[in-house]
Design a binder for this molecule. Structure first.
Ligand code: SAH
Ligand code: F3S
Length: 456
């Protein structure tokens, strides 16, 4: 009920939350996408209306990534572009969330004084209050407090229409790989209580989701009391309605046989693992403080392939890390040849202020050498991916349909349980969220093509 008092409390020019349109833009990893869903859930509960029209928004929140320098530059460029909407809508609130806000702190306001709000990954619960404060105060609202106890337990994320539900089961990271900014921007490692994880998965199942992805920076280190990651996976696999369970990213140093057994035992746990390699040289891995050697990495690969023969493996690789010699780089190429990953994200090392490699090691691989090495691994991986995808030709795969192909509206796309993208012509009755058999008749290094197998 709107009383005179509550009306008076609302400054004339500021619309009440329920009239405000919220637009959230996301950069970076799946964890960030899941956080955007959380932010949206939190503000929707306060009465904000979610819009996908940036030009109609009263509040724009940009959920940022700080993992590499180019990610940061891109976000800053985008903020200044978004600032233009303030001309037409002077009341517009422009906010920055996520890793970059934590990384740059209040310096961001100096760089971009038009930013009204800065919130780090542990302070999203304060967003409604911060937005309210902006109605009456001229100062930007800033909150970068750490909160080790923050699991965002009672907040139900508002998910974009899609077929994959993300569930954050761990926040932060304690690994301290020397190149990585994540521990500095996302704080200490903590596992979401297992009851909450199961509740969220059950809720997704009730909403009709058939696939869930469990998220964390070192997702296989999950532990809540006696419940380890392997236990959580088997409990998740018992939930009716959920047919595919994925997780990302596991750390190669935490792959006990028990976990592999659980993966092998449940047909719901997808036969795909993203196993970030970073480098194939033991010396580089130790400078990176990765906690494994090429031998122990290969051991995980062998154990996974032995127990789950259909498994696909994807990875992350960094070239040009501090002090990387030609021999060390060759060791990475050799490892990629040996493992034959299905696909890889490959990066040039980008020093991040605050990290151990930035403080103690020298970024001494010249830019042109980094670029040459990156091109070399990309080319090599392309040919490996091509071979691996060709092996699917003639096979029937089961595709969880995500929607229309972005390139061709007459075709649909979706993923196999092994995380291959498949594109195929539309067929009557085949809709998003269906799982359909598709016979593969073509491939590129990135995509499989085929036709739906019609039942007799
Ligand atoms: N938690 C994941 C990694 C998160 S960051 C893990 O277990 O490895 C995602 C990827 O970005 C990393 O795997 C790494 O390959 C890359 N990356 C991180 N910091 C980087 C940096 N400073 N320069 C280049 N690439 C980086
Ligand atoms: Fe980063 Fe290493 Fe953690 S890559 S996210 S510090 S496991």
């Amino acid at each position: 009920m709107v009383t005179e008092k509550t009306m008076l409390e609302q400054p004339a020019e500021a619309p009440a939350a329920r009239d405000r349109a919220l637009y959230v833009e996301t950069y970076g990893c799946q964890m960030n996408k899941a956080d955007s869903e959380l932010i949206t859930g939190l503000l929707a509960r306060e009465g904000y209306r979610v819009t996908d029209r940036v030009d109609r928004a009263d509040v724009i929140l940009v959920n940022t990534c700080a993992i590499r320098e180019n990610a940061e530059q891109r976000v800053l460029g985008r903020m200044s572009e978004l600032n233009r909407f303030k001309t037409a809508n002077p009341g517009l609130i422009l906010g920055l969330c996520g890793c970059m806000s934590q990384h740059l702190g209040d310096r961001i306001i100096e760089k971009a004084p038009y930013i009204d709000l800065v919130a780090g990954p542990d302070s999203y619960r304060r967003l409604p209050a911060m937005l309210r404060a902006l109605d009456t105060e001229d100062e930007p609202a800033l909150n970068l407090a750490w909160d080790r106890a923050e699991h965002y337990l009672d907040i139900d994320p508002v998910r974009e229409a899609g077929v994959n539900g993300w569930v954050t089961i761990m926040r932060g990271c304690d690994k301290m790989c020397t190149f990585c900014i994540v521990p500095f921007v996302r704080g200490r490692e903590r596992s979401t209580p297992h009851g909450e994880v199961i509740r969220q998965i059950e809720r997704l199942a009730a909403e009709g989701y058939r696939e869930v992805t469990l998220l964390g920076q070192t997702v296989n280190k999950y532990r809540d009391g006696d419940v380890e990651f392997a236990d959580l996976l088997s409990r998740a696999a018992e939930i009716d309605g959920i047919e595919r369970i994925r997780f990302t990213s596991p750390h190669p140093a935490h792959f006990p046989d028990r976990l592999i057994e659980v993966m092998a035992a449940s047909p719901k746990i997808c036969p795909h693992t993203h196993l970030p390699l970073q480098s194939g040289a033991s010396t580089t891995l130790s400078r990176m403080r990765r906690d494994y050697t090429p031998e122990t990495f290969l051991d995980v690969v062998h154990r996974l392939r032995e127990r789950i023969p259909r498994i696909t493996l994807t990875t992350d690789v960094i070239v040009g890390f501090c002090g990387e010699t030609e021999e060390e780089f060759e060791a990475t190429r050799e490892m990629m040849r040996t493992v034959q990953f299905d696909s890889a994200f490959m990066f040039k090392y980008s020093p991040r202020p605050g990290t151990a490699s930035h403080k103690r090691l020298s970024d001494d691989v010249p830019e042109e050498v980094k670029a040459r090495r990156l091109t070399a691994v990309i080319e090599m991986q392309k040919s490996i991916s091509d071979t691996r995808n060709r092996a699917y030709r003639g096979q029937v795969v089961h595709v969880l349909v995500e929607g229309r192909s972005r390139r061709d509206a007459d075709r649909l796309f979706g993923k196999t349980d092994t995380f291959k993208t498949v594109v195929f012509p539309m067929l009557e009755g085949v809709v998003s969220n269906a799982i359909v058999p598709v016979r593969v008749n073509g491939s590129t290094p990135f995509t499989l093509f085929g036709d739906v197998v019609k039942s007799a």
